[in-house]
Write a protein that binds this ligand. Sequence first.
Ligand code: FAD
Length: 537
Amino acid sequence: MIAHHQEELDLARRGRENQERLTANLKPNYDFIVCGAGASGSVLARRLAENPDVDVLLLEAGGSDDVAAVLDPAQWPTNLGSERDWGFQAEPNPHLNNRSLSMSMGKALGGGSSINVMVWARGHRSDWDHFAEEAGDAEWGYENVLSIYRRIEYWQGAPDPDYRGTTGPVWVQPASDPSPIAHAMLAAAAELDIPTFDSPNGAMMEGSGGAAISDMLVRDGRRHSLYRAYVHPVLDRPNLTVLTGATVRRVTLDGKRATGVEIARGGQISTIGARSEVVLSLGAMHTPKVLMHSGIGDREELARFGIPLVQHLPGVGRNLQDHVSFGCIWEYAEPIAPRNSGSEATLYWKSRPDLEAPDLLFCQVEFPVPSERTAALGVPEHGWTMFAGLARPASRGRLLLQSADPMAPITIDANMLSDPIDVEAAARCVELCRDLGNAQSFRPYVTREVMPGSLTRDALEDYIRNSAVTYWHQTCTAKMGRDPMSVVDHRLNVYGIDGLRIADGSIMPRVTTGNTQAPCAIIGERAGEILRKAHGF
Ligand SMILES: Cc1cc2nc3c(=O)[nH]c(=O)nc-3n(C[C@H](O)[C@H](O)[C@H](O)COP(=O)(O)OP(=O)(O)OC[C@H]3O[C@@H](n4cnc5c(N)ncnc54)[C@H](O)[C@@H]3O)c2cc1C
């Protein structure tokens, strides 16, 4: 253990010194520029840099992840609203009683994977098969994706070679020593005839759903972000430069070929060239934004701000999806301190039996999580939340520019619950929450259901609109596909532009069933495979 710790310290020092050297001597050109060191970008940069002959620049607007708020799993909520959060705010939404939701996204090395709740959820079989169908490419299908998961995981739970790998970079473990209420959640599921599983990742996500103790990216008691898993161990390579505090303003183009990027850093604007390709991994808000500022997007939207059109792609910034969630809260009989990240049990189920796959997603949270509106109903000092959401929302949002200035914010019309089907599913979702939370198995741990309680249908709808918050799974704004609203093809090429690809949650045609960082890791892995093949290395 001591020897391992010393090795870690040595590696960190070598990496730091190497990066100080590389960033003090930035080159005018790199082979590949990966924009955004988040969940997908971290994976991709590592895979490209594994070839020592390939020079990779990884650009990140945020800063270091080497702070307790990131590395200590229990401290994740303290990142919300901090310098490590972009702090997006959606427009007031009439379907949420005119509430304007906060839409946090990570701004630091690791992106969302440095501030998230660390849950590892692979997505449902039908999600990946849908991606393959949309893309017209079986390599995006479940069977292939399952083999990638096996390859990248360093699984710490009970051996399960059909589903789990033990030689990859991503340390995945079942939540260690979960809270009694996490076990109560599984017991309550069983009371309602919902099957329970050893892990949510495997057979559970091939069928109708179930309940399990969550898998987490936590290693030796510390957050194991996708940046820590993939990039941190290779920071000492001479062919990988990681530049923080660098905000990508736009892609530079020569006609319809991407030539590099324009960045803002330390008050200076400069350009850096890409000999091979530029990849946008800026997340679902900023990837479409940077495309639009580069002249790639909807003709009319760009014309509003006089941005010269390079490629008309009406789907840029459309199709915004997210899991909307509703907190139902119970008061503890005796306070129970949260363990791990405070979210250790998960459940997926269908709102209607005829659905092909689960459309409801529950993550238990071991402390109260009201919305700013439901907080007024009175929050218990000690309580827990069933954080229950729509895994397959029908509502779609849109991103719009506010200005021709690349540093200006964007307008987010999240449009949650605009489709009445979602309100129906939400009502079923909250009813199921109540059935679970009020089940026999929770009795030893709770005194009472604090909210919502038994409500008339109208009052329940009002509760849904007042309690709705984001699950922070914003995705799908530059979707992969073959229809006119698609932005990238099956090889992640931006339609109509050479040398420009997208690899992040934006390319999802539909948000996956479950938390989104594991699918974003797959997108990074696929991008790595595709680029290595395209460039013959
Ligand atoms: C609070 C919170 C909790 C979550 N909990 C979970 C969870 O428990 N499990 C789970 O699976 N998922 C969770 N998620 C979602 C998950 O983290 C994201 O879906 C995932 O990180 C998205 O990956 P990405 O690569 O698309 O983008 P990101 O991870 O967001 O990465 C984008 C990166 O690009 C950088 N960037 C953006 N704009 C620029 C620019 N102009 N120039 C340079 N850099 C830029 C960002 O700073 C960021 O580092 C959570 C997210 C949040 C915010």
